[in-house]
Design a binder for this molecule. Structure first.
Ligand code: GDP
Ligand code: IMO
Ligand code: MG
Length: 434
């Protein structure tokens, strides 16, 4: 069984937690897009880890982790992450595989990210300023530098000198030294080389040997470059299609897709968020959900669950099930709202609009449902959830058309319910915490 786990909202849905806890069911965990703009938080015995570039399966012994060609790799960020894990007693050894076709984020990409945001002024995206967009721009413009290029010092030097020179002309105050960039890259290659290979071939052989793979998405459906709330998106395909292009695997290699969604909604950065709550309830969600960015520390915008948006994610990704996270954050709220459709210029919309101006004009139409007083926090059996929490989950399933096969009631591995008789248990997924 090869399963994709990806974001069904605007990112930060709890993908890291879900991927980590499902990892013992697999042999390989593979990232297919994004870069160190991702921040995937995993708690192991109350100890916090934030994975950025490394797949969230890395904390488990014996698991091979793959960084696919669809990912953009900042070598400095990669080694900082590896060193941090090493300090925490997690050895990478030969458990990492990096695609020779993955593009590199170089120092000038970070500068260009900041510059581009400053130039956009009011229309800024609110990026993570990690150089993600500019690195993907170079990839599409066919002037990028790929991991595999590091092996060929002659052509690498030519490309880097050319690119640095071009950037120095765009950024007047930039005096980046191409020779320094090349010296750093040579050092990175020494360390990275042994992990670099043809990932498509590696995964084909793994599949032939019946090793199972989990595909880990970064960001979320509504931040997807094509299907998200363009232009307020990231620069890669976070949706299911990205799995194939970002790893070089055929569509039939994906046996199932799990969308991770919070029991409410958050977004970090700019762009429309129809169910956003700017008042007291929004603050309450932010405080109890600890909604501050794992990468940038920025406060996340919070709102009610948006069933229109998640239903859209179900369609675009072909989700088989949802992993519904952070139910416990709603504990103690007397009444909850669920957005079931939008009102837009006098019309009712039940499908997520593809155009940003239309989305910005949308007002959520809410259905009120009762909250619950006894806590869901830490509950590990569906039957032990308060009745109103069970009803809330059932209503979300009805509105999105897919089962909530996995429920999360806290940040720890154990605070999870994999529902019996659900598609997840039919796939043989178990909660293995030992
Ligand atoms: P990701 O980017 O999708 O991996 O999500 P983030 O790690 O950026 O943000 C999710 C945050 O919610 C992290 O701090 C998690 O530890 C936390 N989290 C995940 N699931 C739950 C849950 O069920 N309840 C609570 N209270 N926190 C959770
Ligand atoms: P994970 O994997 C939430 C947002 C940024 C910004 C937009 C573009 O942890 O869910 P970028 O730096 O990618 O060019 O920024 O996308 N963004 C995320 N929001 N979670 C993420 O990752 C994000 N990665 C990027 O805030 O709005
Ligand atoms: Mg995150």
């Amino acid at each position: 069984m090869n399963i994709a786990v990806l974001g069904a909202q605007w990112g930060d849905e709890g993908k890291g937690k879900i991927v980590d806890l499902l990892t013992p069911n697999f042999s390989i965990v593979a990232r297919y897009q994004g870069g160190h703009n991702a921040g995937h938080t995993v708690y192991v015995n109350r100890r916090k880890f934030v994975l950025r570039l490394l797949p969230s399966g890395i904390l488990h012994d014996g698991i091979t982790c793959v960084i696919g060609n669809g990912v953009v790799v900042d070598p400095q960020a990669l080694f900082a992450e590896i060193d941090e894990l090493k300090k925490a007693g997690i050895a990478i050894g030969d458990r990492l595989v990096i695609s020779d076709k993955a593009h590199l984020i170089l120092p000038y990409h970070r500068e260009l990210d900041l510059l581009s945001e400053a130039r956009r002024g009011e229309r800024k995206i609110g990026t993570t300023s990690r150089g993600i967009g500019p690195a993907y721009e170079d990839k599409i413009a066919r002037r990028g530098v790929r991991v595999g290029d590091l092996a060929n010092t002659g052509s690498l030097a030519e490309a880097v000198r050319h690119n640095v020179d071009a950037r120095n002309r765009i950024i007047a105050e930039s005096k980046m030294d191409a020779e320094q960039v090349l010296a750093d890259l040579a050092a990175f290659w020494k360390r990275m080389g042994p992990w670099v290979t043809d990932v498509s071939l590696f995964l084909a052989r793994a599949r032939a040997a019946r090793r199972s793979i989990m595909f880990e998405g970064a960001q979320g459906t509504l931040l997807d470059i094509d299907h998200g709330t363009y232009p307020y998106v990231t620069s890669s395909n976070a949706t299911t299609g990205g799995v194939c292009t970002g790893l070089g695997i055929p569509p039939r290699a994906i046996d199932g897709v799990i969308g991770v969604a919070k029991a409410y909604t958050t977004r970090v950065g700019e762009g429309p968020l129809p169910t956003e709550l700017t008042g007291e309830i929004g603050n309450r969600l932010r405080e109890s959900g600890q909604e501050f960015g794992a990468v940038t520390g920025r406060p996340r915008r919070c709102g009610w669950y948006d069933a229109v948006a998640v239903r859209y994610a179900v369609r675009v990704n072909g989700l088989d099930a949802l992993a519904l996270t952070k139910l416990d954050v709603l504990d103690g709220m007397r009444e909850l709202q669920i957005c079931t459709s939008y009102r837009c210029n006098g019309a009712t919309l039940t499908e997520f609009p593809g155009e940003i101006a239309q989305l910005a004009a949308c007002e959520p139409v809410y259905e009120s449902v009762p909250g619950w007083t006894s806590p869901t926090a830490g509950v590990r059996r569906f039957a032990d959830l308060p009745r109103d929490a069970q009803r809330y989950i059932a209503r979300l399933e009805e509105l999105t058309g897919v089962p909530a096969a996995i429920l999360s009631t806290g940040s720890g591995r154990e605070d999870t319910i994999i529902r019996e008789d659900s598609v997840a248990s039919r796939w043989g997924l178990e909660l293995i915490t030992a």
